[in-house]
Design a protein around this ligand. Structure first.
Ligand SMILES: *[C@@H]1O[C@H](CO)[C@@H](O)[C@H](O)[C@H]1NC(C)=O
Ligand SMILES: *[C@@H]1O[C@H](CO)[C@@H](O)[C@H](O)[C@H]1NC(C)=O
Length: 929
């Protein structure tokens, strides 16, 4: 939740009148645009060819290609450049890692005594990644094309090379001796403002909306152009409420817009189609095209960033021409501070790029099974009685759910880790009652600490000097929910560890092992700060300015909270911490939601590209508030949101304090039924979802994916962000308009698709205009796949543990199919030692086979399950079988023909093997005769 506010009077007024939503709406003027942001304005106005740097002193050192970058003498009179005495050579290093990853670093030379060490973002790159470095022994030189000077070339792997052109300086990755993949500074827009000592007359202050940024180190921005070759579209760089395929922001025939902004902000009532920066930032872009495939570029930098996607012809009169290629997309990257620490990923398939990126920043953590269920949240469940009522109503209405959430009002005066003594006098008992039904609770813990002398946390943080400091060195004091607040310096490891200890059962009084955590407002949100956040000249450990790490503050906070749950108790259970702010690598710490959306159709629609984009950039476990946070959804919208949200990786209903109550049974019997069905669908599919969470955990490939990730050569999918794949077997299409009668669905590929509810068959490779059913959004199982389900309805996922499975086999034109199932204890870390079951099912020639997938990392721990398969459903099987023979038990079982799916409509034959009752964990075959 968030609010933006100029002063206390206004805050009081709002709290008294409780008119939040009608009083405010998105205020563009509260936030800086590029023109009001000097580094952005400067970089955006430069012309191609501006950069005069050349690489010299090129050599191999410590297994890397190193060089110095200096301006060419003849250009030093360029008036737009810094004083000659300030321009010291920069240090460049190029290193190569396994699996087609190239890293480029450019920084000031520490030997030349810069005024200060520039900030490098710690704790994002996995330590294991550094072990994958390929120690370079040599480089070759070659004069390429019409160049006057040589280029230095190093071999990457799998037929790729990295090239450093000396003059003009340029870096790129190419296929050996051939086509380029990704390049940097091909248009000469590179610029690196070096730190200087302030001289008389230098006015470095920046003012915005009554706030002054002292900028003691002056301008220190970095910018450069990056080009993607053979590219039809670029994607990524969340977080924006915008389309999946990024739109050009500049260029001929392009309606000029702001660049995509990466600056973590608490944006009140964000709008649904905008390059405006929201709560999180991941400076990772992915390119995809029909001819070359997929590639990626990641800039590890946590300062404010702005990125232009340049429309074709943007540089028509620059005289710079690049080697021809089928298609190319140029982009401009601008950051206020930091260093160049950039990664090139060669792909060439979509899943390769995601794997390469998550090799650097980590794959998503494996959640507990309960976290994949449905979450019920509201600002606020008033008191213990309210909690008890809501909980029992779920049972009364036969709707499963796993987690009940408490927002800020549960605390004693907005002091986190405390309980309101009147409203929540028995927190442990309350949690135990939920736990008895296999349910969990989540409470909110935000980073702002109430400056209240009687609050132990504040006293301790003050005494230990743990708060972020303002520019003059005092504890920074900002305004947030509790009023006057300070913010622990999460950059500091010691402070993170101190914070983590606060989650122990002893310290967090009233918490029990079934309690998990929600981090909100961690951008950080500061109601009276510039752009509703912390001033850029605030100071962290080691003199790091807030501007240098702003986009990662929430990341470190999330990390510390997750560490807290790992440390507490016996540390056996996997943590669950939801965060609003995010940065590259957040996937290792927990789940993310898309913040404070609005109950309208546009926000329902934009939730899909937002979650898909997060998934592409590593953050698979993401969702949007179902129903919309602000405002009151019409029942039609509310139902459609549940029907779509049931397929979000993170599935939570949430609502603002001023909205009407909207628990699933409050919209009349019919709507309750529809929402129950939607939530049931999620619970049926939990075994499939959990298997996908594991796939993400191992490979980085997200749970929900753009269509083009599964159909990379089908151009019709490239900009489709209305539909998405859940794993590789399901396609889901949202319904985004009120009382829609029809919806167009594009089903890719040559094979058929089966309606998930009715089994009706549809041809692939075409767009179908379908009648919309009230009962669900269109969802299809791809022919050639096998999906594991659990069809019995329980109160929570925990209670489904011993339930039997159903396998749904959708046959393709060759009468074949395959699928996987991953099962573990759903809770502990034993899976990391090998305690899990991972099966592959294949069907071909009328034979269904179950085999074990060998463990990725061998471990001694074992997991066993008594669960059986109670039903096998074959769709699209052209044979009319009579019986099924199970081996090795040599046992015959019954077969039922005909429509058995929920509501049969058309054509597809359904064969059901009833009660085969074979163990899920065993090796067996079933011959369908
Ligand atoms: C999977 O998730 C766990 C945390 O739940 C993490 O420790 C592990 O590194 C992740 N990746 C793999 C490959 O297991
Ligand atoms: C049918 O499905 C199987 C298993 O997924 C696959 O190996 C096979 O290539 C598919 N056949 C066609 C024609 O796509």
């Amino acid at each position: 939740m968030k609010i933006q506010m100029r002063n206390l009077t206004l805050l009081l007024f709002v709290l008294l009148s409780s008119q939040l939503t009608s009083v405010f709406s998105w205020k563009k003027d509260e936030f800086r645009n590029c023109n009001q942001t000097p580094f952005c304005k400067r970089a955006r106005n430069r012309n191609p060819g501006f950069c005069t740097l050349e690489a010299h002193d090129v050599s191999i050192s410590a297994g890397e290609l190193t060089a110095k970058l200096s301006p060419k003498k003849s250009h030093q009179d360029n008036p737009d450049q810094q004083d000659e005495d300030q321009v010291k050579p920069l240090i460049l290093s190029l290193s190569v890692f396994q699996d087609g990853i190239v890293r480029l670093k450019i920084d000031e030379d520490p030997k030349l005594d810069p005024p200060k060490k520039r900030f490098e973002v710690p704790e994002v790159i996995l330590p294991e990644f550094l072990n994958k470095k390929i120690w370079l022994q040599r480089h070759s030189t070659e004069t390429i094309g019409g160049d006057n000077s040589p280029s230095s070339i190093v071999y990457v792997a799998d037929g790729y090379e990295a090239v450093l052109r000396h003059d003009p300086f340029e870096v790129y990755v190419r296929e050996k001796g051939g086509n380029r993949v990704v390049s940097l500074n091909s248009h000469g827009l590179f610029d690196f403002e070096q730190l200087r000592v302030k001289k008389e007359g230098d006015d470095w202050e920046e003012r915005f909306k009554g706030h002054t940024d002292t900028r003691p180190y002056g301008p220190q921005s970095i910018s450069f152009d990056v080009s993607f070759y053979g590219s039809d579209f670029v994607y990524g760089i969340p977080e924006h409420a915008s389309s999946l395929a990024l739109k050009p922001t500049k260029g001929p025939g392009v309606e000029e817009s702001e660049p995509y902004r990466l600056f973590n902000l608490d944006v009140f009532e964000y709008i649904h189609d905008s390059p405006f920066g929201l709560y999180g930032s991941i400076p990772f872009m992915i390119s995809h095209g029909k001819y070359r495939g997929t590639s990626g570029f990641f800039w590890l930098n946590a300062a404010e960033m702005q990125i232009d996607v340049l429309g074709s012809g943007w540089n028509a009169d620059s005289g710079i021409s690049l080697p021809s290629s089928q298609s190319r997309i140029d982009t401009l990257w601008m950051s206020e501070a930091g260093i160049v620490d950039a990664f090139f990923f060669v792909g060439p398939k979509p899943k390769d790029v995601v794997r390469q990126y998550t090799t650097v920043t980590g794959t998503p953590a494996m959640p507990q099974l309960f976290a994949a269920g449905y979450h019920q949240c509201r600002w606020n469940y008033r008191d213990e009685e309210d909690v008890e009522n809501v909980d029992s109503k779920f049972d009364e209405h036969d709707i499963p759910y796993d987690v009940l959430w408490l927002d800020i009002e549960h605390t004693d005066g907005k002091k986190y880790f405390t309980w309101d003594p009147v409203l929540f006098p028995h927190p442990e008992e309350m949690q135990r009652k939920l736990a008895a039904k296999g349910r969990h609770m989540v409470t909110i813990v935000d980073p702002h600490i109430k400056r209240d002398e009687s609050f132990h946390l504040h006293k301790e943080a003050t005494q230990k000097g743990y708060y972020v400091k303002d520019a003059s060195g005092n504890d920074y004091d900002g305004w947030c929910w509790p009023g006057s607040s300070s913010y622990p310096d999460m950059l500091n490891e010691e402070i993170r560890s101190w914070w983590a200890d606060k989650f122990s059962f002893g310290n967090y009084v009233g918490s029990t092992p079934s309690l998990y955590i929600w981090n909100d407002m961690n951008e950080p949100s500061v109601f009276n700060g510039p752009e509703v956040t912390m001033p850029r000249d605030a100071l962290h450990e080691g003199g790091v300015e807030h501007r240098e790490l702003h986009n990662a503050y929430g990341y470190y906070f999330h990390m510390a909270s997750t560490e807290g749950l790992l440390k507490r108790g016996d540390g056996k259970d996997r943590p669950f911490v939801l965060s609003r702010a995010l940065f590259a690598g957040s996937q290792r710490h927990g789940a993310i939601w898309t913040g404070d959306n609005t109950a309208d159709w546009d926000h329902l629609r934009v939730s899909v590209p937002m979650i898909l984009t997060l998934g592409l950039t590593g953050i698979s476990f993401a969702g949007a508030d179902v129903g919309g946070f602000f405002g009151n959804p019409e029942p039609g919208l509310w139902v459609r949101w549940y029907q779509l949200g049931a397929f979000y990786p993170f599935f939570r209903g949430h609502a603002h304090q001023d909205t009407k109550r909207r628990e699933p049974w409050l919209f009349g019997e019919r709507n309750t039924e529809l929402v129950r069905d939607a939530i049931h669908m999620r619970y049926m599919l939990l075994p499939y979802f959990y298997t996908l969470f594991r796939e993400a955990n191992v490979s980085g490939v997200p749970v929900i994916r753009p269509l083009w990730m599964e159909f990379p050569s089908d151009e019709a999918t490239f900009s489709n962000d209305e539909a998405f794949m859940v794993g590789s077997s399901l396609l889901v299409q949202g319904v985004y308009t009120e009382r829609a009668k029809h919806v167009s669905v594009y089903l890719p590929g040559k094979e058929s698709w089966y309606d998930l509810r009715t089994g009706e068959v549809f041809k692939g490779g075409k767009t179908h205009k379908l009648e919309v059913s009230e009962e669900s959004v269109p969802a299809f199982q791809r022919a050639g796949t096998i999906i594991p389900r659990k069809d019995r309805f329980r109160r929570s996922s925990t209670q489904m543990t011993n339930d039997p499975y159903t396998l749904v086999i959708a046959l393709n034109s060759t009468q074949e199919a395959e699928g996987e199932l991953y099962v573990d204890d759903g809770k502990s870390f034993e899976f990391a030692k090998g305690a899990y079951i991972h099966r592959r099912f294949t069907f071909s020639d009328g034979l269904l086979t179950s085999i074990s997938i060998p463990p990725t990392s061998p471990g001694k721990a074992r997991f066993s399950s008594e669960c059986i398969i109670e039903r096998i459903i074959l769709i699209g099987y052209s044979v009319k079988p009579k019986t099924a023979l199970i081996e090795p038990s040599n046992q015959k079982v019954e077969i039922e023909l005909g429509p058995l799916l929920v509501k049969p409509r058309g054509g597809s034959a359904v064969t059901t093997v009833r009660k085969p009752n074979i163990p899920i964990a065993g090796d067996w075959t079933i011959k369908i005769l």
